[in-house]
Design a protein around this ligand. Sequence first.
Ligand code: NAP
Length: 241
Amino acid sequence: MTKMSERGKTILVTGASKGIGQATVERFWAADSDVKHFILLARESDEFVAAEQQLLAANPHGKSFTSYRIDLADRAAVEALMEEISKTHGNVDYLINNAGFTAPAPIHEIRFDDFERTIGVNLYAPFTITQTLLHEGNHFEFIVNIASTAGMNGRSGWLTYSASKAAVIAMSQVMKEELAIYGTRVVCISPGRCATALRRTLAPDEDPSTIMQPEDVAEVIDMLSSRSGRFVDSQNIVVRL
Ligand SMILES: NC(=O)c1ccc[n+]([C@@H]2O[C@H](COP(=O)([O-])OP(=O)(O)OC[C@H]3O[C@@H](n4cnc5c(N)ncnc54)[C@H](OP(=O)(O)O)[C@@H]3O)[C@@H](O)[C@H]2O)c1
């Protein structure tokens, strides 16, 4: 039988095309660690292709990746993909539920389909990914759900996004309790302002060089996955400058 240390661990990252997701992939890819196989999810884009090329350009520890193009708002597609991933790749050890969407608007102007998409990508997708893989018999070692400080303190114009992220924080607390008996650690991270495309949508006039960078959040995720990360106990870890 192949031992875990020989097989290497598998990490699945959603929103792997750019921002915090891509920085997290890069960090684990560059590390001399037992995380060896990467499953990357995002929609088709030039950025996703560039992110893949960057991985191929430097692979010091002989790791492998498979990427999938998917719209995470499509629940049926997410279920089908998780079934396929389970059959093709076996166990997913680390799951980083990172993908996020926002279409900020004042309450009078919120389009309900944008609200549904926000909840679909930010809340239903991480739930569906986790539940479908559990149904496939997956044993997670470590799950990270990326929420937001916007889920703790709402701001004008962010109603749909804040509501979705508050729900992610609450969902993570329940996942943490329910999955503890399987030895799964569930961590909820709430970043503050971080220089990414999503942040530009929320705050178009901000100078990105003055705020937290995606690599900073990736470093925290890496630390939490480590042995010492086990001793960080919180319902919701706030990461901000
Ligand atoms: N930046 C901040 O200030 C901040 C603060 C708190 C929390 N967060 C959270 O951090 C996470 C990462 O966001 P980011 O800041 O790194 O933003 P980003 O650079 O815009 O990245 C968002 C990622 O989510 C993916 N995504 C969005 N909608 C999707 C869909 N329908 N289907 C599949 N993938 C989709 C994007 O992939 P595509 O290529 O398919 O668009 C992209 O990879 C999000 O959950 C966000 O809410 C960010």
